[in-house]
Write a protein that binds this ligand. Sequence first.
Ligand SMILES: Cc1cc2nc3c(=O)[nH]c(=O)nc-3n(C[C@H](O)[C@H](O)[C@H](O)COP(=O)(O)OP(=O)(O)OC[C@H]3O[C@@H](n4cnc5c(N)ncnc54)[C@H](O)[C@@H]3O)c2cc1C
Length: 404
Amino acid sequence: MKVACVGGGPAALYFSILLKRHASSHDITVYERNPAGATYGWGVTYWPDMLDKLHEHDPESAATIRENSVRWHDGVALVGDQTTVHHGDEGFAIGRHRLLAILAERATSLGVDIRYGQEITDRDQLPGNDLVVAADGAGSRLRESAAQHFGTHTVSGRNHYVWLGTTKVFTSFTFAFVETAHGWIWCYAYGFSDERSTCVVECSPATYSGLGLHEMSQDDALRQLEKIFGALLDGHPLIGRGDVTGPAPWVTFRTLTNQTWSHGDLVLMGDAAHTTHYSIGAGTTLAMQDAMTLARVLHEAPGTAGLERALAQYETERKSALLSVQSAARHSAQWYENLTRYIGLAPPRMFALLGQRHSPLLPYVPPQLYYRIDQAANQLTVLRGLKQWLGPRLARTVQRRSRP
Ligand SMILES: Cc1cc2nc3c(=O)[nH]c(=O)nc-3n(C[C@H](O)[C@H](O)[C@H](O)COP(=O)(O)OP(=O)(O)OC[C@H]3O[C@@H](n4cnc5c(N)ncnc54)[C@H](O)[C@@H]3O)c2cc1C
């Protein structure tokens, strides 16, 4: 097959690797608008079960990804001046730049042609391909050119966030909640190399405008946040985006879904097809899982004759697999939007409910009561069954796969 992938993110690069592994005769080109080595973001998290999947699909890249990742074993929450530690929350993180470099190198070694600095905005720019994969991220131009066909639906979150880096190396997954004169502001931070950590800062619209963050340059905002999170950062600087000279790139998160994922020989993958709130740290994993499924179904129904069936199968499988994660992401985002409901609890209780934020039941049960049911359910078999029936089983399942 002759295949064009638009976007050089984890979805397209991993897909090209897997398709080549199925048949080296596939002719695959990846078009990335940025130069090699230029990308957004800092470190991304993933969980042990994802590492197992990567090993199953391509042991070589999995081993390199593991070697270049850091692992944490604990979760820590700072609320005001109180610290709560939760042992046993395990996960991995890797720099996004590093991950893309590993995948690009592996893809190239298998014969994939990666063309950097090439922006594709229309399917007609890529004639003569049997399949065009739109893996061009949440703002996909290829998807937007047929938005009505795809039935794209977006919902914007209420809170503002900014994705930052720092030179402080966190060895645990760390949450910090700070009360200001204009309400709470919080961040979650985790190391992704021996020099850098990711630090995602979030607050409500009232706190955002009350602190004047909406009218500050990136530099001023960073200095302000360094003061607010001084106890967390130990004098280390926060680092913004190198390409920003004006205001800091605060945004609200857009949760995106599509009714249909393909249009003839054009198929959506990764963030172009679906986004899940960053607070569950799953977007990269999901993008790479899309790649695993698409590569497999194309292999099982080979050639252009099997294409329609393969794309339908891919969409069905992935939509079904995403349901629980999308629900968890929605509830997690809402937990932070309703922070005042939980932040006044004793810190260990608040941290316990932070870990339960994916639960569809939690918004409807008084937090103290939920906490007591949760504790009791962990001790009594009967109650554990009831609790699972009520819903938090989903939360636990997803929790194992998402942030602590
Ligand atoms: C604050 C934040 C924190 C996150 N943390 C995590 C985390 O901890 N763990 C996790 O798993 N996920 C995390 N994510 C989500 C993750 O970054 C995305 O889900 C993931 O990158 C999606 O991969 P993708 O390949 O689909 O798209 P992308 O990674 O967005 O790649 C798309 C690529 O397409 C290129 N492109 C776009 N348009 C064009 C065009 N017209 N022509 C050519 N190229 C184009 C872009 O330059 C880009 O390289 C986070 C996201 C945010 C916002």
